[in-house]
Design a protein around this ligand. Structure first.
Ligand SMILES: Cc1cc2nc3c(=O)[nH]c(=O)nc-3n(C[C@H](O)[C@H](O)[C@H](O)COP(=O)(O)OP(=O)(O)OC[C@H]3O[C@@H](n4cnc5c(N)ncnc54)[C@H](O)[C@@H]3O)c2cc1C
Length: 584
């Protein structure tokens, strides 16, 4: 076991982690730990754009953006945080531009902007062009730009280091962060990183679904590490299903395709979104569009022999526009489906996309251990965190924005804390939990296989807690997950070695997914209303009287070692927007 000492340690080198690192490294001795090579992080897969009310091409302002974000989140958004997001968006884009990001341009040379779902002029009058982009490779450009700037600032990276435990120590009755424990993929060695401040920026949890746009590596490791150490997870029942994944594969086709004028059609060629969202049509919020697609399918208007998908039609757009603005996704249609998008519509279905919930933080990125108490030295930003700016449903292009605005804020706050604070003394045997986890899996002679359990988990989640949910389906999921968690105790890995043992790490990641899936299902069962991405057919209306509040899920361990989930609730922060019925 090796022990390292840094002022600030950042877990994750996606957009949030690297944006934080650029700030933290200027002020404190900073290390970034990442399980992937930095430029392989999922931020690099983001396509469509990053929202900011620059008003370069149309009248716009940050107040309209704030309103759209709150309405998009079905009023579960903390409104103070949404104001910060929309206000700081403008500088966030300009900062990236100064760092060298090649944004798409208007003929006059300004940063160009395009339409995206739920972004509107004057509180819902009509769609507005608010999303800054780089073709359909915006995330790639952000990630490369941030990485280059990290190198320039001299950020220290520990690549292919998997953080598996969060150290929390009680000092004078206060629970504080002492550091993290990581597993080095290349050697199998265990490393303890003592740090004054730790920032989680480890991304989402989408891999507990089967049809998903998320990379194989999005297994919620950061959420799981904090949750196991007694910290709550907020609003985990809210997961976004993006309307346009490639049929059966889930690979994402950006909403920017509809922003450029693409249209959804059913088997009769009808532009069905006109029925469900007369003003915003195909650019209504994602939860609304995904439900509309499945309603068409359920009512027999789906396409293909099985009637299980609808079409994204780009055939009326000029080929030059597709080549210039949507080069990657048109190529995906050719590669994965053998379809020519110039002339043929593309079969699509909703795909599991984004975790609105996560580790609760305030607007400085400080992690909360209950509704109000901050854990000194612990921060989170990006998809792993819940600030909450996305509430019950995130608007497209607000996540690339979130990681830049709150990544920066967390980086500054953590480094300023490290400047003042002392190191917290490490617990006596800091690597204990990770050592036992690794040894147990390596030595296990169990008969269960990781791939089988993961497959069953993903199938259960797709069948029972996707776009439509009921008490019955969620209970089925809860029971199945409990069974899988039992079977997981008997899991074994084939590779018993130390070097590059990805078998072992996949087993650990599966354990994380199982814990988080359970939190999601239990949180969803208790929320007897429909709001944003959480749609209960047995409770089809939003219930502000009983459920205008954030879910806080805690892990509790009984004396016999059995764990269970305790749910509590936290009020939503409202500044100036009264909840209204949501219409697009
Ligand atoms: C296909 C796709 C397209 C998208 N398009 C858009 C878009 O156009 N606009 C938009 O706003 N949003 C988009 N999103 C959402 C957005 O890209 C993500 O929410 C955002 O990039 C997440 O950034 P992040 O920094 O929080 O996490 P990530 O970029 O996922 O980075 C996570 C980092 O954490 C590290 N990590 C994870 N676990 C561990 C561990 N145990 N130990 C050490 N390191 C760890 C990883 O190595 C990685 O570096 C898209 C998402 C997808 C999947």
């Amino acid at each position: 076991m090796k022990i390292h000492k840094y002022d600030t340690v950042i877990v994750g080198a996606g957009g949030a982690g690297m944006r934080a690192a650029i700030e933290a490294t200027k002020r404190s001795r900073t290390a970034v730990l990442t399980k992937l090579y930095p430029t392989r992080s999922h931020t690099g897969a983001a396509q469509g754009g990053m929202a900011a009310a620059l008003a370069n091409v149309e009248e716009d302002n940050w107040e309209w953006h704030t309103f759209d974000t709150i309405k998009g989140g079905d009023y579960l958004v903390d409104q103070d945080a949404a104001e910060i997001l929309a206000k700081e968006a403008i500088d966030a884009v300009l900062d990236l531009e100064k760092m060298g990001l090649p944004f798409g341009r208007t003929p006059e040379g300004q940063i160009d902007q395009r339409r995206f779902g739920g972004h509107s002029r004057n509180h819902g009058e009509a769609p507005v062009r608010r999303s800054c982009y780089s073709g359909d490779r915006t995330g790639h450009m952000i990630l490369q730009t941030l990485y280059q700037n990290c190198i320039k600032e001299g950020v220290e990276f520990f690549n292919e280091f998997y953080v598996l435990d969060q150290l929390i120590v009680e000092e004078d009755g206060v629970r504080k962060s002492a550091g993290v424990v990581a597993y080095e993929l290349a050697t199998g060695e265990i490393h303890v990183f003592q740090a004054k401040a730790v920032i989680y920026a480890s991304g989402g949890t989408g891999k507990f679904f089967k049809v998903t746009s998320n990379a194989h590596t999005l297994t919620g490791d950061g959420q799981a590490a904090c949750y196991r150490r007694g910290l709550p997870l907020e609003d985990m029942e809210f997961f976004q299903f993006h309307p346009t994944g490639i049929w059966r594969m889930g690979i994402l086709l950006t909403e920017g395709a509809r922003g450029e004028g693409g249209i959804l059609r059913n088997k009769d060629g009808e532009r069905f979104m006109e029925k469900y969202a007369p003003v915003m049509k195909d650019l209504a919020s994602r939860d609304v569009v995904s439900r509309s697609i499945y309603t068409e399918i359920r009512e027999g208007r789906g396409c293909g022999p099985e009637g299980d998908h609808v079409y994204l039609d780009l055939t009326h757009l000029p080929p030059e526009q597709l080549d210039a603005k949507l080069p990657d996704i048109t190529e995906f249609a050719r590669t994965y489906l053998g379809i020519e998008p110039y002339t043929d519509p593309i079969p699509i279905q909703p795909t599991a996309h984004y975790a609105m919930g996560g580790i609760p933080t305030n607007v400085e990125g400080e992690v909360l251990s209950d509704n109000t108490t901050v854990v000194p030295g612990l921060y989170a930003a990006g998809e792993v965190a819940c600030v909450s700016v996305h509430g019950a449903n995130r608007l497209g292009t607000n996540s690339l924005l979130d990681i830049n605005v709150f990544g920066r804020r967390a980086g500054i706050a953590a480094a300023e804390y490290s400047e003042k604070a002392d190191f917290v003394e490490l617990p006596e045997n800091p690597a204990e939990l990770v050592v036992s986890l690794v040894e147990q899996l390596r030595d296990s002679t169990g008969t269960e296989r990781v791939a089988d359990i993961r497959k069953e988990l993903q199938e259960t989640m797709d069948a029972n807690v996707m776009v439509f949910r009921t008490e019955q389906t969620i209970k089925t999921a809860v029971e199945k997950i409990a069974e899988l968690r039992e079977r997981y105790k008997n899991v074994s890995v084939q590779d018993k070695g130390k070097r590059f043992n990805t078998d072992l790490l996949e087993a650990i990641e599966l354990g994380n997914l199982l814990d988080l899936a359970e939190v999601m299902a239990v949180s969803a069962l208790a929320r007897k209303e429909s709001r944003g991405g959480h749609y209960r057919e047995d409770y089809p209306n939003r219930d502000d009287v009983n459920f205008m509040r954030h879910t806080m899920a805690y892990r509790e361990v009984a004396d016999d070692g059995k764990d269970s989930i305790r749910l509590d609730y936290k009020p939503v922060v409202q500044t100036r927007y009264q909840p209204m019925e949501r219409k697009y």
